[in-house]
Ligand binder design. Sequence first.
Ligand code: HEC
Ligand code: HEC
Length: 322
Amino acid sequence: MKRFRSIVVPALILPVLFTWAALIYLPVSAGALLQSDEDIIRGARLYDNWFEELDVQPPAGDMPLWASQTTNSRSGPDTWRCVSCHGWDYQGRDGAFSSGNNFTGFPGVFPALENDPTLAIAGSTNPEHDFTEWLSSADIAALAAFIQSGTLDDNQFIDLTSRRVLNGNIENGQAKYASACASCHGSDGTAMVFRMEGQDVTLGTLAVTDPWRFLHRTRFGTAAAPDMPIGLSLEWTAQDGRDVLLFAQSFPSGLPSGGQTPSLGGREETPVAQPGGPAQGFWGGLLTALGAMATSLGFAILLGVVLVGLIFVFVWFARGKK
Ligand code: HEC
Ligand code: HEC
């Protein structure tokens, strides 16, 4: 029995020590990761519409730089949004805004990957591009975090003419959509109506007319939907986002049938379900929750704790048997 103890007990204790070390180490690194994800999400939403995100009045008139172009006829608050000039694909005149109503000739923010974006946003490179009157240094840091770590180039995966996703996996998109999106938007995207270019549209319309806005808001969310689960938090890869977009491009792109056309106020009429909520029934919800847990750190910690418990029981038995 002595031999048994000298070999088996250390063999049992070692994994316990390892698990402890992992438990001490993991929450620290996860905290750091979450922090920067939070910055990126915040930056992305500020980029989309900083005055809506900050819940402040937009500045009066047009953004000063707006007058340096004549092709885009928008005016007022929209001209102050980063996205109006730099695009949903972040490539300005080199991307989706290279022609059409949105063309301004303004550059994208991808080159900023080499420069420090905070300088441009604070007006150091061009005094007419100074946002410090409205954005705090934390806001500007979040925007910079988004520009440097959150933006990505989808244009090699989207046909710029047909706007269709190239080489996507529609089954993956369908599964991801069913688990995280259908509860609010409906299985074919028509359950919720929102505004686009002065029209009431559904997800299918957005997916075929502006895939870049679809991707940006699916990944990072939008100020109008604080409860919406987003790709970044769901740990979707860039390809997962494009797969969901591809699936959404198969939706009916018109308005929901049934005669009555909901206005913008229709938003409130749609019951806002909780992410992974009751819409799929108890077992569906449970599976979704388990799936989310399995991919998350919470599950890793739970597993660690269960493991430690089991090992203690084993050690206890081994010692009791001597
Ligand atoms: C009215 C149009 C307009 C708006 C709105 C706008 N920008 Fe710009 N942005 C420009 C132009 C034009 C330049 C090039 C300026 C220059 O260097 O002369 C630029 C440059 C930049 C650069 C530097 C790019 C590089 O190549 O280094 C960054 C970063 C940037 N903008 C981020 C933002 C962010 C973030 C916002 C929102 C808070 C924003 N911009 C809003 C027009 C705009
Ligand atoms: C909790 C309910 C809910 C869930 C679940 C949900 N959404 Fe949303 N979504 C909303 C609301 C509310 C809006 C804002 C509609 C508006 O602007 O009136 C929205 C807006 C959007 C938009 C932006 C539309 C625009 O104006 O450009 C996209 C894209 C989108 N959702 C995609 C998704 C995807 C993809 C999923 C799955 C990951 C998802 N949503 C899950 C509630 C939800």
